[in-house]
Design a protein around this ligand. Structure first.
Ligand SMILES: [Zn+2]
Length: 257
């Protein structure tokens, strides 16, 4: 049952569910506009808190743009939930497509966690060809800009890039999880189904550590070019002249796995 709920909540967030959530919050929530964002906040929030969060979301858009070297023209709309029933995600979840509205759902903002930069990177990043690189770059940027503010799901005792590599090495070091992680790396797919929360956490840690390696070696602009292509593996191989297997082998060696 838990696995099914998790699947519904994180993997198959149908656009129609998101449309319903937006309509519901239009009726209950308080709207404020920042320079780059429109924020729908829970009605119980004092005006001060609303203003503070709106300013930090404006900052997140700028941070995501700077990190990725990419601009997002339209304002981004953030729908903020006080409950964990609606987990943080972009409109459409893992199936977000190029033509979808620039909408982000956020929860967990009162816990000291900061999912807003992660989700904003998804939106500014735009069209993607592989979920591995999509979650990888969003988690990587979050680690670089806001270390220590990860949700428990992806924390895995990692607070900076070095401990992130160690977390990935631990996953690769266990026979029972190594095979799965190597499968994700060998065949980066546009969509991946997770059956449990730890499995999803593993995917994020492995993705982010490997993406950090790609960004360091390729540079962000070449990485983002590949990111947006239909087949990022082929794009990276073309660009670097290095077979994909060599990319993953070199990363494994680097993290000591
Ligand atoms: Zn994500």
């Amino acid at each position: 049952m838990i696995a099914i709920l998790l699947f519904l909540a994180t993997t198959a967030l149908a656009s129609s569910q998101d449309d319903a959530a937006i309509a519901a919050m239009h009726a209950t929530h308080v709207k404020s506009a920042g320079a780059r964002v429109v924020v729908w906040a829970p009605p119980a929030w004092p005006a001060e808190k609303r203003a503070g969060v709106t300013a930090s979301l404006d900052r997140a858009v700028a941070q995501a743009e700077t990190a990725l070297g990419k601009k997002h023209e339209a304002p981004i709309e953030y729908y903020i939930s006080d409950s964990d029933d609606l987990p943080s995600h972009v409109y459409g979840g893992y199936a977000h497509a190029a033509g979808d509205p620039p909408v982000v759902f956020l929860s967990g903002l009162d816990s000291g966690e900061a999912p807003h930069l992660h989700e904003t990177v998804h939106l500014v990043g735009g069209e993607f060809g592989s979920l591995l690189l999509r979650e990888g770059i969003a988690t990587y940027v979050q680690f670089v800009v806001q270390p220590g503010k990860m949700r428990p799901l992806v924390k895995l005792e990692a607070t900076d890039l070095e401990s992130l590599d160690k977390a990935a090495a631990r996953i690769l070091g266990k026979p029972q999880t190594r095979e799965q992680a190597l499968g994700w790396l060998a065949r980066p797919a546009k969509s991946v189904t997770f059956t449990s929360r730890p499995e999803r956490g593993m995917f994020y840690a492995v993705s982010a550590s490997f993406t950090a390696h790609l960004v360091k070696e390729l540079g962000m602009s070449a990485f983002m070019e590949a990111y947006g292509s239909e087949n990022p593996v082929a794009a990276i191989e073309r660009r670097s002249g290095k077979p994909w297997r060599q990319w993953t082998d070199e990363w494994l060696k680097k993290i000591g796995a």
